[in-house]
Design a protein around this ligand. Structure first.
Ligand code: PAF
Length: 288
């Protein structure tokens, strides 16, 4: 496994793979890898001849009062994990490699970014779209893999690839959870033992919403109220949002009569956590 820091080195490696007729799978990450990331790399490994992983804490997707400085980093540990699941190349650039002096071009999106996390994190998706499109241009993968935990990010990236005619397939992979239900996240490391226990309220609320939807409830507001009621029982939890949106457009819906996403962002102490479930067929259909 190679670890490189420059765009030129990535391009040279990918060019060589292309000359050998090999396919390339790509997993963009911000590092501090956990089983959720590893499940993406493993899938990329199964579906491609070569696998590239980027590890880059992207400054443009953090707002001024967010956790850019404290975001956890551990390249040595990440590299060992990547190697263990068969990664061929890690791209670990310095911020100046991605955003050199004078950088002023961004990729932005309407509609899909104007709900859910886009409302509470106004610069977030511009930063995500910009860095992901740069990474796609640098790596030029056949397939790129993203977790469904960041469901809005996945929808935004799929839309960006479609709208900007990028020549790759974007693949969403299921949420990986701890044994007790908490969705895996690099930010879980911020939680104190007491907060870690309190954080289970997210997956309990998701389970409640899913149960209601599977039982045939078609009123989105009833789903939201049931999910909020579970969170309200936990004193350490403060809701940012709990919403039900159309799976493709990310716009709020009142009836569960189409593929939808039920998503939440909840503060546990100072840590903002997200979780969700999706249903492809609307009420009483199959969950994913
Ligand atoms: O999901 C993430 O870790 C990041 O948003 C991504 C896609 C790597 C872009 O920085």
């Amino acid at each position: 496994m190679k670890i490189v820091e420059t765009i030129a080195e990535v391009r040279a490696q990918v060019k060589q793979w292309r000359q050998e007729g090999l396919t390339v799978g790509f997993v963009p990450t911000m590092g501090y890898l956990h089983e959720g990331h590893l499940s993406l790399i493993e899938r990329a490994r199964r579906e491609n001849d070569r696998v590239a992983v980027s590890i880059f804490v992207n400054p443009t997707q953090f707002g001024p009062n967010e956790d850019l400085a404290s975001y956890p980093r551990d390249l040595e540990h990440d590299a060992a994990l990547c190697e263990g699941v068969g990664t061929d190349l890690i791209f670990h650039p310095e911020p100046a490699e991605m955003y050199p002096e004078g950088f002023c071009s961004y990729v932005d999106m309407d509609v899909l970014t104007q709900e859910l996390c886009g409302l509470s994190r106004p610069v977030h998706f511009r930063g995500v779209c910009t860095v992901v499109s740069k990474l796609f241009h640098i790596v030029q993968p056949d397939r790129a893999y993203f977790g469904e935990k960041d469901a809005q990010q996945l929808a935004v990236i799929k839309r960006m690839v479609q709208d900007l005619n990028m020549d790759l397939e974007v693949i969403g992979c299921p949420i990986v959870r701890e044994e007790d239900g908490l969705a895996k996240s690099s930010r879980n490391t911020y939680l104190s033992p007491e907060e870690r226990r309190a954080a289970l309220v997210l997956s309990r609320s998701i389970a409640e919403g899913r149960k209601l939807a599977e039982s045939g409830e078609t009123d989105a507001e009833k789903l939201v109220q049931a999910m909020r009621a579970v969170i309200a029982e936990e004193p350490l939890a403060r809701i940012d949002y709990v919403k039900v949106v159309d799976l493709l457009t990310m716009q709020q819906i009142s009836r569960l009569d189409r593929p939808f996403l039920a998503a939440m962002a909840v503060y546990i102490g100072k840590t903002r956590l997200i979780d969700n479930f999706m249903m492809e067929t609307g009420g009483a259909g199959t969950c994913c």
